[in-house]
Design a protein around this ligand. Structure first.
Ligand code: 4NP
Length: 173
C-alpha cells in the first residue's frame, strides 16, 4: 500500500509515531526518523512527533535505557516529554505509525475509526518499514540489550520509510 497522500501538498508531511507509554519505542522512533530525514535532506519537508495511547507517563522524560541507547548511537532524545494522543491529532497528521498491533487497535478505537478511509492513515510501523509487519516489541520491562534491539529495528524500518518518502513525488517533489 502506498503512503497516505499529503493533506496539504504545499506544507510539510506530518508523521506521528505512537506506542503505549510514549517513553520507550515511539520517542526512539521519533529521534531516529528525524535524524534520518535530516541526513536525507528532508528535514524541512517532513515533520515528526510522537505520542502514547496511554496517559500514565504524560509529562515525563524518556525511559533511561531508551535515552542511553539513543545517546550511544548518536541520537538525541533529551528534550522529549511524554504525551497522550488526542482524537483531534488525526486531522493534523498525514501518517500515524503504530509500533505494534495492540497500538494499532487502540489507536483505531481511541480515534473512533473503522478500517478504510481515514483509518488508512494509521499504519503498522513493521509494514511501512519493510519488516514483514513485525511488532516492535515492548522493551519497558527489558534490559539494555532489549532497548538496543528495538533501536536497531527502528533504524532499519526508518531507513526504509525515508526511502519511500524520498521516492514519493507528492511528498518530496
Ligand atoms: P512504550 O513502553 O510503549 O514503548 O513507551 C511502555 C512504557 C510504559 C508502559 C508500558 C510500555 N507502562 O506499562 O507503563
Amino acid at each position: 500500500m502506498p503512503l497516505p497522500p499529503p493533506r496539504n501538498p504545499s506544507g510539510p508531511y506530518r508523521i506521528c509515531c505512537v506506542c503505549l507509554g510514549n517513553i520507550c519505542r515511539s520517542p526512539m522512533a521519533e529521534a531516529v526518523l528525524r535524524a534520518k530525514l535530516a541526513e536525507a535532506g528532508l528535514g524541512q519537508r517532513v515533520e515528526v512527533d510522537s505520542a502514547g495511547t496511554g496517559d500514565w507517563h504524560v509529562g515525563g522524560r524518556m525511559d533511561r535505557k531508551a535515552a542511553i541507547a539513543l545517546r550511544r548511537n548518536g541520537y538525541d532524545g533529551d528534550s522529549h516529554r511524554a504525551r497522550q494522543i488526542r482524537p483531534s491529532w488525526l486531522a493534523e497528521r498525514d501518517l500515524i505509525l503504530a509500533m505494534d498491533t495492540a497500538n494499532l487497535r487502540d489507536l483505531r478505537r481511541l480515534l473512533g475509526l473503522a478500517p478504510g478511509g481515514e483509518a488508512d492513515r494509521i499504519r503498522l510501523f513493521g509494514e511501512i518499514g519493510g519488516l514483514d509487519g513485525a511488532d516492535v516489541p515492548d522493551p519497558y520491562y527489558g534490559d539494555q540489550a532489549d532497548f538496543n534491539r528495538v533501536l536497531a529495528m527502528l533504524e532499519t524500518g526508518m531507513s526504509h520509510l525515508v526511502a519511500l518518502l524520498k521516492a514519493d513525488p507528492e511528498i518530496t517533489g
